[in-house]
Design a binder for this molecule. Structure first.
Ligand SMILES: Nc1ncnc2c1ncn2[C@@H]1O[C@H](COP(=O)(O)OP(=O)(O)OP(=O)(O)O)[C@@H](O)[C@H]1O
Ligand SMILES: [Mg+2]
Length: 316
């Protein structure tokens, strides 16, 4: 099975004389989560709608797994699950009933639908609520059911337009956890968001657009190292076991290029270091060699924001 892919070729969308999307070229391939960032009106929803054939591009092509979504909609969208404008689920229905209707609309055979509904509802951790009326659900729970609907046809490519917008912090966190798990199953997740900390936490790569033009597409780590201001960088590491203040300070501070260390809590440490990608590579290696139980290594939450503001301000 080849890796899932999303390709935009010279994608342009005009509304009258206004160009909402201008010659977008983007090739995303593999099982990962890509954050789609940009200010209001940048063209994110427009792009996602073209990819799901809700609107038609003025020029260019949108391909899913190599298939043109406009010329061969059925085949292309057969491998896509999308959540673009979160639909309101009729409050008197249960998730089972609502998802059965979606399954019918999508032409899923009845015999498969039942099992599939139970699987997807379990994947969004709503199994206990399968036969309860949606009217009583929180917004976060409803959004999880919307995600379950997007998963019904077992998609390899998942497109989400601001999946956590409008949810309270708890709802955001619930949906974020679900999205984090989505990519584990050889799926490509393409997700727009205004929440940079969310993108930082969930995504492996970011694509940024502004005024309908692609500004950058790269790994999270490359983007933040290449474009954040100043020569200093910050990463956060997570540990599987506790680290005390003294060893965090003494041992990590002594590594090459480290300028300072903040122990955020017993299992999270923020490290400021100087230099670029080579130093970051070296730091990662040194930390791994220290065997302090490091389980993740990411640019600090503020790094993406810093980068975003740097990249976007030039195009205002
Ligand atoms: N049907 C339409 N007719 C005219 N202009 C439109 C239409 N739909 C979108 N636009 C314009 O296209 C531009 C891109 O809109 P789009 O919804 O893609 O932005 P976005 O990046 O999703 O923004 P947001 O972060 O606010 O959701 C905006 O300037 C918007 O006003
Ligand atoms: Mg939008």
């Amino acid at each position: 099975m080849s890796a899932p892919s999303i390709v935009a070729e010279n994608l342009t969308k005009r509304y009258g004389s206004f160009t909402a999307l201008s010659n977008l070229n983007l090739k995303i391939e593999g099982s990962k989560c890509v954050g789609f960032l940009g200010p209001n009106g940048a063209g994110k929803t427009t792009t996602l709608k073209i990819f799901t054939d809700m609107i038609r591009a003025s020029e260019g092509r949108a391909l899913i797994n190599g298939v043109d979504v406009h010329l061969n909609k059925k085949k292309a969208l057969g491998s896509v699950g999308a959540l673009i404008e979160s639909p309101e689920i009729y409050p008197a229905l249960t998730p089972r009933e609502a998802l059965s209707m979606v399954a019918d609309l999508r032409g899923l055979p009845r015999a498969d639908a039942r099992k599939k509904i139970e699987e997807t509802v379990a994947e969004v951790k709503m199994n206990e609520w399968l036969d309860k009326k949606v009217g009583k659900f929180s917004k976060g729970m409803k959004q999880r059911i919307n995600i379950a609907a997007a998963l019904l046809s077992d998609p390899e490519v998942i497109m989400l337009d601001e999946p956590t917008t409008g949810l309270d912090p708890r709802g955001q966190s619930e949906v974020r956890d679900i999205v984090k798990d989505l990519k584990k199953k050889n799926r490509l997740v393409f997700m727009s968001s205004h929440l940079l900390n969310e993108v930082q936490e969930i995504c492996d790569e970011v694509a940024m657009i502004d005024h309908g033009k692609l500004i950058v597409y790269d790994t999270l780590s490359n983007v933040t190292t290449r474009f954040s201001s100043g020569g200093s960088n910050t990463v956060e590491i997570e540990l599987s076991r506790d680290i005390d203040e003294q060893s965090a300070n003494r041992n990590i501070s002594s590594l090459t290029s480290v300028s300072s260390v903040d122990r955020i809590d017993a299992r999270k440490v923020r490290i400021h270091f100087s230099g670029g990608i080579q130093n970051q590579e070296r730091l990662l290696l040194d930390l791994a060699t220290m065997k302090i139980g490091m389980i993740s290594f990411r640019p600090a939450a503020s790094a993406l924001e810093d980068t975003y503001l740097n990249l976007i301000k030039d195009t205002l």
